[in-house]
Design a protein around this ligand. Sequence first.
Ligand SMILES: Cc1cc2nc3c(=O)[nH]c(=O)nc-3n(C[C@H](O)[C@H](O)[C@H](O)COP(=O)(O)O)c2cc1C
Length: 196
Amino acid sequence: MIGMNLVEAISTRRSTHALCEPAPEDDAFVSLLEIAATAPDHGMLRPWRWILLRGAARLALGSYLSRGAPPERQHSASAKAKRTPLMAILVFKPSVHHKVFEWEQLAATSSMTYAMMLLLHASGFGSIWRTGSLCTNEELPRFLGLTAEERVLGSLDIGTPLAVPTDVRPTIDIASRVSTMSAPGLSTNELGKPIV
Ligand SMILES: Cc1cc2nc3c(=O)[nH]c(=O)nc-3n(C[C@H](O)[C@H](O)[C@H](O)COP(=O)(O)O)c2cc1C
């Protein structure tokens, strides 16, 4: 159940590394996704899908990743799949040769994913978007049964937070990231209406 207002959800969400059971069931995941899928999407292409891995499937993914990794990284590769009850693999499936550029489709996919993270957080679950070797492993698409056009954008690891990160985000001068363009000497805009 969602129990937070928007400002609280945005302000208090953190990427949660330490996750345990329970994670949302498949039907709960789909219910949240129905809401997240209303994120802005040029062309309404919904150029994405999710593959949910739990239990044995998750462990199989871990062994698969470790087999392809150099010896010194094999342990960490298999550990990646053990650290969360639910790995939701984010698959990007852009419409190629579409008038909506691929980067716009990627932006729509990110918007949906962030909405999903907020909804999970507001429902009491933690999540973290992980990329790394999931995105670079050349064999993984075949393991997951992806088509040639599809790409792994990482995993949303989801579960119940064991510990919520307490580290403070680096502060930035937000106001410095905003500028207002002025047109000195101009008294009317292009439509002929007074500016002030
Ligand atoms: C596209 C994307 C990829 C990310 N990949 C990783 C990752 O591979 N490993 C990781 O620990 N965190 C990853 N993160 C999480 C960021 O590190 C995290 O959002 C950042 O540290 C800020 O923390 P916060 O989300 O709690 O504000 C990723 C985030 C995004 C948006």
